[in-house]
Design a binder for this molecule. Structure first.
Ligand code: CP3
Length: 345
């Protein structure tokens, strides 16, 4: 394996208190960069970009060149898993994901299978191999997948939603079906993450973007249980779990067999650290809207975030993904400030 020139993210993800907080940003690939939109405009759409390794590798590396982040994250989407299981998605311009065929009951499981990443998701592992080759050891590459609950929410609801009330209804009306589908998603995700690691992903993150719409009991039963199964199975590289809105579950997440817990911006850093203890790494958690502020306000936000994490293993990030209309120069300023911060100042 090629030696990494910059491995600070990996060292922090393994629990080291590093010389400064390493930084990467959720949704750094695509969205905000004009250079991304240029590549995207040559193609039929988002899905073609995801499924063409040469283009996916190119936009994965863009933020390393253009923003100076300490890690790349493979350009793909969490929705490739439902597709690989037999539930295809469309990406509708300026609206988001749409599933023509939802999976809402036992009968509709008929066309659904546990994904085989070596056939159904070869475009991702090919993109990872190509990205690793082209990164040439500059920074680590992060692989990722959606957490089973978030994927279940899209497969049952059929699109994005403020409430995901169809998905939540099914948890109450058909728990047996819910567990069956969640388990199939978890098994697909384990195979998928292992394939990403085999192809060269240096660490992996689970995105539970819709954690916050479940109450604590349901979160335990329908989400954490499957996140735990995945974390237990992935022993090859450090795993990060980011569960947006699940501040109530942080004490339980402290026991997950993962290395890093991602915090959203609602979460009080010192309180989370007290709940998690000192061994796990924490990642986060600036409000993505901080990046709309002037540079002085951004600098102050960075200082207050990094002071709160000071002296513990930390990876700097936002508390959710970058918003599409963020000015790349503000992002560069944020990153520079993180890199310049000295923990005893
Ligand atoms: O982080 C990165 O830079 C890597 C790429 C990445 C994308 N999606 C590319 C993308 C990652 C990690 C994701 C994860 C993802 N996808 C999540 C979890 C993270 C989160 O934000 O909570 C979710 C919920 C999705 C589902 C999804 N994909 C939605 C709701 C949408 C539409 C709205 C939007 O722009 O987020 C997408 C499309 C998508 N995925 C885009 C990109 C760059 C925009 C599509 C385009 O370029 O037209």
């Amino acid at each position: 394996m090629m030696k990494l020139q910059n491995d600070i993210v990996l060292r922090a993800a393994k629990g080291e208190i590093t010389e400064r907080s390493p930084i990467w940003l959720m949704r750094q690939a695509g969205r905000i960069l004009p250079e991304y939109r240029e590549v995207r405009s040559k193609l039929s759409g988002f899905i073609e970009l995801v499924e063409t390794p040469e283009f996916a590798a190119e936009v994965t590396i863009q933020p390393v060149d253009l923003l100076d982040v300490d890690a790349a994250i493979i350009f793909s989407d969490i929705l490739v898993i439902p597709q690989a299981m037999g539930c295809a998605y469309q990406m509708i311009e300026s609206k988001g994901p749409f599933f023509p065929q939802t999976v809402r009951n036992e009968a509709e499981l008929k066309g659904i299978h546990v994904a085989d990443p070596h056939t159904d998701l070869k475009f991702v592992t090919d993109a990872i191999r190509l990205t690793k080759k082209n990164l040439n050891g500059r920074v680590p590459l992060i692989g990722f997948a959606g957490a089973p609950w978030t994927i279940f929410a899209y497969m049952t609801e059929g699109s994005g939603s403020k409430t995901f009330s169809v998905a939540r209804k099914i948890l109450y009306t058909d728990p047996a079906f819910s567990h069956k589908l969640l388990d199939m998603i978890a098994d697909s995700t384990i195979a998928y993450l292992k394939a990403q690691i085999e192809a060269g992903a240096d660490m992996v993150q689970l995105f539970d973007s819709w954690a916050g719409i479940l109450g604590p009991d349901q979160y335990r039963e329908f989400s954490l249980r499957y996140i735990r199964k995945i974390c237990k199975a992935i022993t090859e590289v450090p795993v990060t779990v980011f569960a947006k809105g699940a501040f109530y579950a942080i004490p339980e997440m402290a026991d997950l067999p993962c290395r890093t817990i991602g915090l959203d911006w609602h979460t009080d850093i010192r309180q989370a650290r007290a709940q998690v203890g000192s061994t796990k790494t924490l990642q986060g958690n600036a409000d993505p809207c901080l990046l709309y502020a002037d540079e002085e306000t951004i600098s102050a936000g960075v200082k207050s975030m990094l002071s709160a994490f000071s002296g513990t293993p930390h990876i700097a990030n936002l508390g959710h993904g970058l918003y599409p209309d963020t000015d790349p120069n503000k992002v560069r300023h944020f990153i520079k400030q993180v890199k310049a911060f000295k923990h005893n100042q």
